[in-house]
Design a protein. Structure first.
Length: 302
């Protein structure tokens, strides 16, 4: 009896292949300035120290014969060429799409990076070698290793796959666990994980929700009076955001129902003709509702 379930196609050939670099065709051109970037130096240092960790992804191409399209790993391949290498081991994709490798879809979060560093050190990798592989000094490495100390498990769970910089976690550490959770939710709701935004949340945090409750908040360039005003304003803003979040689902349900009804209504030529003659102001508003996609003001959606 045949299975009712569809078969899943393997996205890669089962074996890696070693390919001459001269046969790999890039699908994009790197900027001239890329070799001066921190990312380039970091990847180059990693390859020099521990070798190629993540294999480039290619797909077979027949023009010219025996050539390959490079789907992912342009920077790695360029670095290997600069190192004088002539070939590289690659994964061979059965599809020629490169959406899977989009850095905005499949990127490593700070929490995941931290866990990888901790695991490497637990397996015996020295601080010095790991720092060389990441192209950072030992002090910066130790700062990253201590990054999550003092951040509660619930907040970490919320931010585990988010692009939070080290500085954001350092700000969160200044708050009590419950406030850390609230701050993490605010970061996620705003889709803003930057250190300045985390600092703004810190400034708006009541004194009794800070780890050092007896120590006045210090923010560079701000007086205690300005911090107090900002704290009150941000508290009101957070209340408004919470109120909007509570109403948003219901309002959008009402909008969906109303749009569906009015769309059908305005498909009736006789109704449109009547409204245009007797109630043109109603017709204009009905058309606006039909065209709406959100209950939020246009500036809030931008």
């Amino acid at each position: 009896m045949k299975s009712q379930h569809p078969t899943v196609q393997i996205g890669f050939e089962p074996d890696c292949v070693v390919v001459p670099l001269s046969r790999i065709l890039p699908v994009k051109t790197l900027r001239r300035s890329v070799k001066d970037s921190q990312k380039y130096r970091q990847i180059a240092a990693s390859i020099a120290e521990v070798g190629l960790v993540e294999l480039p992804v290619i797909t077979r191409h027949h023009d010219p014969p025996d050539s390959y399209l490079l789907l992912d790993g342009h920077l790695r391949v360029e670095i290997l060429k600069d190192m004088g290498k002539t070939e590289v081991q690659c994964l061979v994709s059965t599809e020629d799409e490169n959406y899977t490798y989009n850095k905005r879809i499949s990127r490593l979060a700070a929490v995941q990076e931290h866990q990888m560093m901790k695991r490497a050190m637990a397996n015996g990798v020295s601080h010095e070698r790991l720092a060389r592989a990441l192209n950072i000094n030992v002090g910066s490495l130790q700062r990253r290793v201590r990054m999550l100390e003092g951040v509660c498990a619930e907040a970490l769970n919320l931010l585990k796959d988010k692009p939070c910089p080290v500085r954001t976690f350092e700000v969160l550490k200044k708050m009590t666990p419950l406030r850390q959770i609230e701050a993490a939710e605010l970061l996620i709701n705003a889709n803003n994980f930057s250190a300045p935004y985390a600092s703004a949340i810190y400034v708006s945090t009541p004194q009794d929700q800070l780890v050092n409750a007896n120590q006045p908040k210090r923010v560079k360039g701000m007086t205690p009076e300005a911090i107090g005003r900002m704290e009150r304003e941000l508290a009101r803003l957070q209340q408004n955001i919470s109120s909007i979040e509570e109403r948003y689902g219901t309002d959008n349900l009402h909008l969906t129902v109303a749009r569906g009804y009015l769309t059908k209504l305005l498909c009736n030529a006789r109704v449109v003709q009547y409204l245009s003659k007797k109630r043109p102001e109603f017709l204009s508003e009905f058309q606006n509702i039909v065209d709406m996609t959100s209950t939020l003001p246009s500036e809030a959606g931008d």
